[in-house]
Design a protein around this ligand. Structure first.
Ligand code: ATP
Ligand code: ZN
Length: 301
């Protein structure tokens, strides 16, 4: 059995994750949730910078999703919500379809909702609608379940998982300084809970052959960094945080303006909450009462 499957099975056996029959779709125990809640409080303590808290649901406007360009870059990961919109006759043929085991989903119609692929996607148009940003720029604290269609036996690669994010909007200096400060904080936070990390340059999984160029470009310009911790592989540690500088791409797309009317630069920092909990369980063991005192203290005081 490979390391990913055996760790997943141990998490199931311990009741920390609950099997649903679908790879990457799991229930979580109270203990698992308590680790995430404690880690989020640790994030709050490190943040300490008056970000505006906004919580969106795990679904977003399909129109905004379309305009975001997600389908250009990551069609393989996207999820959309479809519903039955027919009349009684359609309903009868739907039930018949299900009864005989045919594909009943082909007549489902797209709703106005797409599943949120990253916590910050609904934010940019929301803030643009308010008008120009104040002279201090914008700083936001987000958290959302996110969907990505990447079924896997690796418990660190789920299809529905939570991302906590901080997003900064401002000048190039403001947002790159924000990103750097979170790289430093990220390293300190993981040190506080007893996890060894490395930070490395990274790229997003852009689709197709044209995507290779986009990925290379992203790397060459140091637009994305990841904080990596080994969970199910030491050779390929998992990204538990990412630090992304979008230049003025989102500012231009969504019409985000600074107080002098110039286009805002943006950056976002994402914590993969399940991955961080899994890194803690992997390194300190499945029984939290046995975790190192310093890590327990950082999490629960
Ligand atoms: P990876 O390279 O591992 O696929 P990513 O580049 O897709 O990660 P981001 O898009 O930067 O990751 O997402 C922000 C954070 O969300 C990641 O650093 C990670 O901690 C978490 N994350 C991303 N995809 C998943 C997933 N499928 N399951 C659990 N957590 C995830
Ligand atoms: Zn990914």
């Amino acid at each position: 059995m490979d390391m990913q499957t055996s760790f997943l099975d141990r998490l199931f056996d311990a009741g920390l994750l609950i099997d649903t029959g679908v790879d990457g779709l799991y229930g979580r125990s109270g203990q698992f949730e308590d680790v995430i809640a404690a880690f989020e409080r640790l994030i709050d303590r490190f943040a300490d910078d008056n970000a505006e808290v906004i919580r969106f649901p795990p679904g977003m406007s399909r129109a905004i999703f379309e305009k975001s360009g997600y389908m250009k870059s990551f069609p393989q990961l996207a999820g959309t919500v479809h519903s039955f919109c027919g009349g009684e006759l359609d309903h009868m043929s739907l039930l018949k379809c299900m009864e005989v085991g045919d594909d009943w989903t082909k007549d489902q119609k797209a709703t106005d909702i797409a599943l949120t692929p990253a916590a910050c996607y609904p934010l940019y148009p929301t803030i643009a609608r308010r008008g120009r940003l104040p002279a201090t720029g914008g700083l936001f604290d987000l958290q959302s379940y996110c969907f990505r269609h990447e079924p896997s036996k690796d418990p660190a690669r789920q299809q529905l998982f939570r991302m906590r994010e901080y997003v900064c909007m401002g000048t190039e200096e403001q947002v790159t300084e924000f990103r750097q400060s979170w790289m430093d904080r990220g390293v300190k936070m993981m040190e506080a809970v007893g996890l060894d990390v490395v930070i490395d340059v990274a790229n997003d999984p852009f689709f197709g052959r044209a995507g290779k160029m986009l990925a290379n470009n992203q790397r060459d310009q140091n637009l994305k960094f990841e904080l990596l911790i080994p969970i199910t592989s030491t050779a390929q540690p998992s990204a538990c945080m990412s630090f992304n500088y979008h230049q003025d791409a989102f500012g231009t797309k969504w019409g985000l303006e600074l107080d002098d009317g110039s286009v805002a630069h943006t950056a976002c920092v994402g914590f993969g909450l399940e991955r961080i909990a899994l890194a803690l369980f992997h390194h300190h063991g499945l029984d939290v009462t046995e975790w190192p005192v310093a890590a327990r203290k950082a999490l629960w005081g």
